[in-house]
Design a protein around this ligand. Structure first.
Ligand code: GDP
Length: 378
């Protein structure tokens, strides 16, 4: 019967989408956070099989006491079977290192907000074609295996960020725990996450028509939280095979052995099964929240300004940039000035919009949101 049907051709739509997105390439921004020394850099290298931390300088105790949380960004282009992925790792060295760690999550929260802000400005600007999207899609939060569950700093950090980013909790250095200890710790951490009202990233529910194997995998994934992981930068020989692992006098722990840790589960989740969902949730939930807040405060500012200047309508803030959390007052003024310039510029040259050039590959750079005026001035 089906053969008799006339063929229009929209069945090729998925192929068209596929071709286009492969051509364009993919990008993903992953943040790692948690006390230093918990194995964040080692895990990132193990996850993406690339040395992202070649130029890292380790600080001594004295330097670390005074160090503030500094945010670094490493970008690397990886390719697999013709599919390109621009991977950005945002690291937060110094987190939890100081003697007084009150509000040390603040610079991390500010960083995430600044990326949203940049995107919001680019999106409302003139050139929306080549927007560089630096929004953070996922934050792996490392929990120490040596404590009894979560520490106050962990609770504070996750609570401060859970509305801004997808948090995936990680139980670090799982090779220092016995399987029973891992089980107990996971249970305790899950309980505390619930008790303190921390909203970590929720894996989407499986559709009822999925096959049994998929449903089982999904269930296992949900029960693995927090992922107990082991990282290693070295390849060792185990049972005649070369594997990424850690060599101890009593044996070898293998990073990619699922009876030793959840590394494979974590990597599959991040790369194979949930990367797109992490991006969707970032866009649809976290960024939308930010955007709604911005628009709300913009409206409030406009109303306030109008009321103040009822007689003279020359306020110059008809389209003010909102006061975003974490951005100081002077910063807001700067934004308003930039927006005014942008509007003036638009009046003068409405159709000369230059394309934005792509960022350098394999770069290691400090946190510095690019100046949106660059586009307009080039
Ligand atoms: P970071 O400061 O959080 O980035 O931590 P690093 O990746 O620099 O690791 C700190 C130390 O912990 C290094 O000596 C690593 O070799 C070690 N390390 C990293 N991952 C693991 C792990 O899974 N298990 C154990 N036992 N040690 C680890």
């Amino acid at each position: 019967m089906d053969q008799d049907k006339e063929y229009v051709g929209f069945a090729t739509l998925p192929n068209q989408v596929h071709r286009k997105s492969v051509k364009k390439g993919f990008d993903f921004t992953l943040m790692v956070a948690g006390e230093s020394g918990l194995g964040k850099s080692t895990l990132v290298n193990s996850l993406f099989l690339t040395d992202l931390y070649k130029d890292r300088k380790l600080l001594n105790a004295e330097e670390r006491i005074t160090q503030t949380v500094e945010i670094t960004k490493h970008t690397v282009d990886i390719e697999e079977k013709g599919v390109k992925l621009k991977l950005t790792i945002v690291d937060t060295p110094g987190f939890g290192d100081a003697v007084n760690n009150t509000e040390c999550w603040k610079s991390v929260a500010d960083y995430i907000d600044q990326q949203f802000e940049q995107y919001f400005r680019d999106e409302s600007g003139l050139n929306r074609k080549n927007i560089q999207d630096n929004r953070v899609h996922c934050c792996l939060y490392f929990i120490s295996p040596f404590g009894h569950g979560l520490r106050p700093l962990d609770v504070e950090f996750m609570r401060a960020l859970h509305e801004k980013v997808n948090i995936v909790p990680i139980l670090a250095k799982a090779d220092t725990l016995t399987p029973i200890e891992v089980k107990k710790k996971k249970f305790k951490i899950r309980e505390e996450i619930e008790q303190y009202g921390i909203k970590i990233y929720q894996f989407p529910d499986c559709d009822s028509d999925e096959d049994e194997e998929f449903k089982q995998q999904d269930l296992e994934l949900k029960e693995s939280i927090p992922f107990a992981v082991i990282g290693s930068n070295t390849v060792v020989e185990a049972k005649g095979k070369r594997v990424r692992g850690r060599l101890y006098p009593w044996g070898i722990v293998e990073v990619e052995n699922s009876t030793h840790c959840d590394f494979i589960k974590l990597r599959n989740m991040l790369v194979r099964t949930h990367m797109q969902d992490l991006k969707d949730v970032t866009r649809e939930t976290h960024y939308e929240n930010y955007r709604a807040q911005c628009i709300q405060s913009m409206t409030r500012m406009v109303v306030k300004e109008r009321n103040r200047n009822k007689l003279t309508r020359e306020s110059g803030t008809d389209f003010p940039i909102p006061m975003v959390p974490g951005v100081a007052e002077s910063e807001t003024e700067k934004l308003i000035r930039e927006k005014d310039e942008e509007v003036r510029h638009a009046d003068r040259a409405p159709d000369s919009v230059p394309d934005r050039e792509h960022e350098s590959h394999q770069s290691s750079e400090q946190q510095e949101p690019s100046d949106p005026r660059d586009d307009r001035e080039r």
